[in-house]
Design a protein around this ligand. Sequence first.
Ligand SMILES: Cc1cc2nc3c(=O)[nH]c(=O)nc-3n(C[C@H](O)[C@H](O)[C@H](O)COP(=O)(O)O)c2cc1C
Length: 133
Amino acid sequence: MLSVIYVSVADPGLAPADIASLVGKAQANNARDALTGALIYNGQNFMQLLEGPVARVEACLARIRADLRHNGMIEIRRRLIDEREFAAFSMLYSPLFRDHDADLSRLAARGALDAQDGRLMTNFLALGRAGGA
Ligand SMILES: Cc1cc2nc3c(=O)[nH]c(=O)nc-3n(C[C@H](O)[C@H](O)[C@H](O)COP(=O)(O)O)c2cc1C
């Protein structure tokens, strides 16, 4: 399987209802496509982890890349995996992740992981374990 994490810049016009419908659609599609993952949003940037069968992840990323609700998608981690990190979630959306709003903005502006991102990434990946999978 393939696991990809990317960051992007959200359309500033997005309202809470837009995020809710985006997440609902992602969850329905991903359940159909055997994809799992997580999404966070700080009002300006998205970070998403998407994992599953290689071809399905690539196809989904191509759709997401073309989506006008965000732009400037940059992959910050891509790896082949044996086990999913978000097995219990078609697409976890965590509004409780606001502690890291500034960290996510800095990461998205920089466009690459560095040592400063350790806590952000650890806490993001820990969301998957909270599902008890
Ligand atoms: C930040 C972001 C994350 C998204 N995540 C997913 C996703 O995990 N799965 C998915 O199918 N679509 C996701 N989408 C939506 C896709 O871009 C696209 O609108 C959708 O897959 C089209 O589905 P449809 O062909 O069923 O209408 C996301 C869009 C954005 C902007």
